[in-house]
Design a protein around this ligand. Structure first.
Ligand code: ADP
Ligand code: MG
Length: 699
């Protein structure tokens, strides 16, 4: 590294120990390098100067060269204000201050050429600027006026200590003055040249002190591309390493199990998307390397069936297979689906969860080891050390974001030849996020719903309209349908939420005395939960009151109404998941979002989005814009620190794709980065924190 940039920030001219401490604590800036990579959040173009007579109230910012003719303070105490008359010969401008009057007044001088900058407004035909920035005008000298000015985020504590955006700009200036030589390039020369990138030093300089808009764009492009490129290079090199190292089982044939199921048992025609994905997987598992694939598809798009058919391929090639689900309810449901769909095919399918009895557990262990067990479905119980397979060839992980890295790794290592791994998401995630979080996996997308589905109608009601909602629910039950009522459960106040749920349960029992109401929540024992779910599935209850435990995967086609209480407290992807529980049968389904009258701006957007669309990919995009990629479901566990310094996954999708292509080209030609020309890449990858990426070698 450049010798100057590793120095502690306190040694920079203008910083010192006190400011250094603020930088450390408030912004996590410790070295010259950290400050250099502390990028502005916005720019204001101050290259244009206006004449007073050109100014209108609709302008964002203006900047005028002129002189103060006079100034005066009006009023006292908190009603005081300071006004100055400013002119450039074409008209008069009033400058106004309400705060810091004493301090501002000391600095005002009449008759000196100055630059006034700020947001103009027009009041009684007179133009004024409230709290303008003033600077002495010096002919020919380049200061912030006359340039594109960078703005930096600071904290309240920093502001109190006069460490504001402008101070940081000044420090950046000092920083560049301290460099005795240009900062060394982090990308190989041939790469910079080929892609016509701005060199690093110039890019950093222009990020803080843009020469003009064009240079600023080039600087941003260079730094964003580099940031995204190295992430992709890392992910793709991991993927390539894995492919070279692990050959995997070669599933060379499609056999009786698959064919028999396909021709005799398949209850419906596969959708085009399902067929395509099965082909993609089929190709992959036959290719002689171990598969790691993510299957993305909207709620209800039929991922389970795809998984099942691929598992049959594994059986056809004399290996065992398993499916792991995050909850007991879901595992049981998959187990039941599999046993009924594969009925009379002579397969041994077993369920293993936390509540499997010891005796049965021992049987399962035994059958697994001897190879008599074909398909194992279960929860986390699958990854226990005692569970040993005879020859595990294919693993499916449903709703994979609910599992941690270590848990997935364990399944992976259950066989000497690592099994093929198919992970499935609960809801779609934006493409840019998938490329980053799951960038080392291959991705298949089911982008088509089974035919005949009627989109769920979604309606938002305020709580005071509850009577109307209940009437509607009653009329649907009279038609023979079943209804979910969902209450939020947020961990910090689990007790309170549980009370809410019980209150809700009582309320609903009172409101619907003629119907049977059942309840599930996370605190219940698995057997109780199971019994309640079974009652609902068997139509022994018309209404199911629950927390979000029913969110994942539960399938009751006759349930056609979903009422979500306090819906403003749920995240978008959670709402979408919940809504996916209805609309699974032939009837028109409804999702009712109940909320209080007072909604935050964000809650409003969430509820509006739900009402407007049922497209999971669109909802995921909106979700990412609202929450930022770091808070999206599934990214927390990834371990990928989402402290992207300049690129934004929501906006820079094109640069991301470009970066990925470039990285791909390099890895394809030189998988281990051993060519001389790629040494800079290799060094840079080594520098990237190991912890950021250790998850990916095993997902
Ligand atoms: P998800 O992708 O959310 O896991 P599921 O696999 O649970 O969705 O499928 C949702 C429902 O659609 C199930 O009841 C399943 O039997 C049904 N289904 C799956 N594929 C098809 C198809 N090709 N045609 C009709 N129904 C299908
Ligand atoms: Mg599912």
């Amino acid at each position: 590294m450049h010798p100057d940039v590793t120095q502690e920030i306190k040694y920079l001219k203008g910083v010192g120990p006190k400011r250094a401490e603020l930088f450390n604590k408030e912004l996590n800036i410790h070295t010259f390098y950290d400050l250099l990579y502390y990028f502005p959040y916005k720019y204001v173009d101050r290259t244009k100067f206006y004449k007073v007579r050109e100014i209108s109230g609709s302008m964002q910012h203006v900047q005028v060269i002129g002189k103060i003719e006079s100034f005066e303070q009006v009023g006292v105490g908190h009603k005081a204000r300071l006004t100055a008359v400013f002119t450039d010969g074409t008209g008069f401008l009033e400058l106004v201050w309400f705060k810091g009057i004493k301090w501002v007044k000391q600095g005002l001088k009449t008759g000196v050429k100055m630059v006034a900058f700020g947001k103009p407004s027009v009041f009684n035909g007179c133009v004024n600027i409230v709290h303008p920035e003033l600077e002495i005008y010096e002919e020919g000298k380049k200061t912030v006026s006359g340039s594109i000015q960078a703005f930096y985020n600071t904290t309240e504590k920093m502001k109190k200590n006069y460490l504001v955006s402008k101070s940081i700009l000044k420090l950046q200036y000092n920083l560049f003055s301290a460099f005795k030589q240009p900062l060394p390039e982090t990308l190989p020369y041939w790469f910079v040249k080929k892609q016509k990138l701005m060199p690093l030093h110039e890019a950093l300089l222009n990020i803080h002190f843009p020469e003009n808009n064009h240079q600023l764009k080039r600087a941003q492009f260079r730094l964003k591309l580099e940031e995204l490129f190295f992430i992709q290079l890392k992910l793709l090199s991991i993927k390539s390493y894995r492919q070279r190292k692990f050959k995997g089982h070669v599933f060379s044939k499609i056999g009786d199990h698959f064919n028999q199921f396909f021709h005799q048992h398949l209850p419906f025609e596969l959708t085009g998307a399902q067929k395509r994905v099965i082909k993609e997987i089929r190709y992959d598992v036959g290719s002689g390397h171990q598969m790691n694939r993510l299957l993305q598809g909207d709620v209800g798009s039929g991922k389970t069936l795809v998984a099942l058919m691929c598992m049959l391929m594994a059986l056809d090639n004399n290996t065992q297979t398993c499916l792991m689900a995050p909850t007991e309810i879901l595992a049981v449901q998959h187990f039941l689906t599999f046993t009924s769909m594969l009925d009379s095919m002579g397969l041994n399918i077993r369920l293993l969860t936390g509540s499997t009895r010891a005796k049965e557990r021992r049987e399962i262990h035994h059958e697994l080891e001897t190879g008599n067990l074909h398909i194992l479905v279960g929860t986390h119980a699958l990854i226990e050390d005692k569970v040993v397979f005879n020859n595990l060839g294919f693993v499916v992980i449903d709703e994979q974001h609910r599992f941690g890295v270590a848990q997935r790794a364990k399944l992976w290592s259950k066989n000497t030849v690592p099994p093929h791994v198919l992970v499935m998401t609960a809801t779609p995630i934006p493409r840019t996020l998938a490329m980053t979080v799951y960038g080392d996996l291959d991705v298949s997308v089911i982008d088509e719903l089974p035919p005949g589905r009627k989109p769920v109608k979604t309606i938002h009601f305020y709580d005071k309209k509850r009577a109307k909602v209940f009437d509607f629910v009653r009329s649907e039950i009279e038609k023979g349908r079943q209804v979910y009522f969902v209450y939020p459960l947020i961990e910090e106040s689990e007790k309170l939420d549980l009370e809410n749920l019980y209150d809700g349960f009582d309320l609903i029992k009172q409101a619907f005395p003629q119907y049977r109401v059942t309840m599930v929540h996370g605190r219940m024992k698995p057997a109780e939960k199971d019994a309640a779910m079974k009652r609902f599935k068997a139509k022994e209850a018309e209404i199911l009151v629950s927390t979000t435990v029913i969110e994942v995967g539960v399938d009751v086609p006759n349930a056609s109404v979903m009422v979500i209480e306090s819906s403003e407290r749920f995240g978008l992807s959670q709402l979408h998941q919940l809504r996916g529980r209805v609309g699974r049968g032939a009837d028109q389904s409804y999702c009712v979002l109940m909320s209080s009258y007072k909604l935050s701006k964000e809650s409003n957007i969430r509820l509006e989005t739900m009402v407007r669309t049922t497209d999971g990919f669109e909802i995921a995009e909106t979700d990412m814009k609202l929450r930022g990629p770091g808070d999206m479901e599934g990214t927390q566990q990834s371990g990928l620190g989402f402290d992207l310094k300049i690129a934004q996954l929501g906006k820079d999708g094109q640069i991301l794709s470009f970066a990925r292509n470039l990285a791909n080209e390099i890895i394809e030609n030189d998988p281990a980065l051993s060519d001389d020309r790629n040494q800079k890449f290799k060094q840079q990858l080594r520098k990237m924190k190991k912890t950021e990426f250790n998850w990916s070698s095993i997902s």
